[in-house]
Design a binder for this molecule. Structure first.
Ligand code: SF4
Length: 80
């Protein structure tokens, strides 16, 4: 059985935007663990969960961010 791919891969800036401020090793770890992997897999990705809830995901949210949705919304508002 092939590894599960996140349905957001084509549009996710963490995967597709080389200008995003993230170390290449860290990006690779996210790709292997979340975007294409089982451990913990895309359903546990904070970016996936955020996009599912509010239909977009800001750049400051990373797959293993420990922020609640309320905290993410507060930060978006404070930066607006
Ligand atoms: S970072 Fe999260 S939302 Fe983006 S492609 Fe990977 S698993 Fe999906």
């Amino acid at each position: 059985m092939s590894e599960p791919d996140c349905p957001n891969i084509a549009g996710c800036r963490l995967v597709n935007d080389p200008g995003l401020n993230i170390h290449p090793d860290q990006r690779q770890m996210y790709l292997e663990s979340y975007c294409h992997g089982y451990s913990p897999g895309y359903e546990a990705c904070c970016r996936f969960i955020t996009k599912k809830s509010i239909f977009f995901c800001p750049d400051f949210v990373l797959p293993d961010s420990a922020m609640t949705l309320d905290e993410i919304l507060d930060k978006i508002e404070s930066e607006a």
